[in-house]
Design a binder for this molecule. Sequence first.
Ligand SMILES: [Zn+2]
Length: 141
Amino acid sequence: MHEASAVEAVVRIVDQEVRRLDAASAGPAGIEGNASTGETRATKVRLVVGEGTGHMEASLVFYFAVLAKGTRAEGAELLVRYVKPRLRCSACDQSFERQRFSFNCPSCGGPGEMTKIGSEFYVDTIDVENGPDPAALSQAV
Ligand SMILES: [Zn+2]
């Protein structure tokens, strides 16, 4: 399944980002207020997914739970936000949300062309626990 490799990339990014945050927070030893023990972990991962990718949320969540094992993403909740595809009319240049069963422009009926909107697949934010602060990271896949 293509979801597996897509989710693998997500897990890798989350793991890397959380580790980087951990390293950044370590700082010089002996600084007060830096009593963090244990490892920083991701608690929530928000994913932005274009509907045009065909990725199903249930599969993404399933693979995430499996592939995150042993990484800093293990046990994190995966939240998927879907983006509806938008088309651009090649006749009147209007951009519109794709209608069910139709690619045609709602105002002039002209043929719609796919845009990049709807093919997204990236990590939007990562919530962590035990970090320096509940930072939200942004990282494109
Ligand atoms: Zn049109």
